[in-house]
Design a protein around this ligand. Sequence first.
Ligand code: 2AM
Ligand code: CA
Ligand code: CA
Ligand code: CA
Length: 266
Amino acid sequence: MMNWTELNEQAKAWIKEAGENIKRSFNKTLVIQTKTNANDLVTDIDKGTEQFFIKKIKAKYPHHKILGEEGFGDDVDNMNGIVWIIDPIDGTTNFIHQQRNFAISIGIYEDGIGKIGLIYDVVHNELYHSLKGNGVYLNDLQLLPLAEVAVSEAIIGMNATWVTKNKRIDPSILSPLVSDARGTRSYGSAALEMAYIAAGRLDAYITLRLAPWDIAAGIIIVEELGGVATNLRGEPLNLLEKNTIFISKPGLHKEILAKYLKNGKW
Ligand code: 2AM
Ligand code: CA
Ligand code: CA
Ligand code: CA
């Protein structure tokens, strides 16, 4: 039987160690490469951080499977057994341009059920962590269950891309929501935007295309506090595919789905 408390402590120790390694890299020259297009970047630190976790996990838990963004893990095509879903640096553009506003994101699942969620804001030394059933913590501070809020008083995490001409969504779908909400913010790290919902800094987060490693930890953390994590149709997220993303406080999720998202085709 898996000892989940021990696994949680081990994963937290490794994520802190990886964070220290990243901080030490700040005085070295970054090696930056492009992936699918000129704005899709990866650095040697993204790759090195993923490899750090894989080495540690394979040595101590050889039967666990690992799905990592940079492709050094396993070819995961199902969620059977224990699966680590790792984004070594979420917010690589911020990492390169700002040296802040990025996070390490790790979700650990057992047979598709989220068990451990860790999002580590390395530079601000904020570790959001949850062991399913035991609440969510920001470092040592326990976070409160998410309270209800109306759109008119909500701060919504959203990229300006989605209310300008783009290839995934008609800008007229989300622009009324931008008008009606108290405000919008865009942080450039999906993991941090989900962590901010847990911490009450944001009320909802909407985006059009994310991979499993962007959301694996955030889903566990937000749901543990009573938040709702779905695609833009209000359906459950699939951890083996890309999804549209709508993460929100509980009542707000219903309101936005009914008033704004029902008009979309995706
Ligand atoms: P990443 O930094 O790990 O790639 C930026 O708005 C958010 O979208 C980040 O969480 C980023 O994760 C994610 N993202 C996913 N695919 C991306 C892409 N092709 N280019 C830039 N950001 C991407
Ligand atoms: Ca990336
Ligand atoms: Ca990411
Ligand atoms: Ca990444």
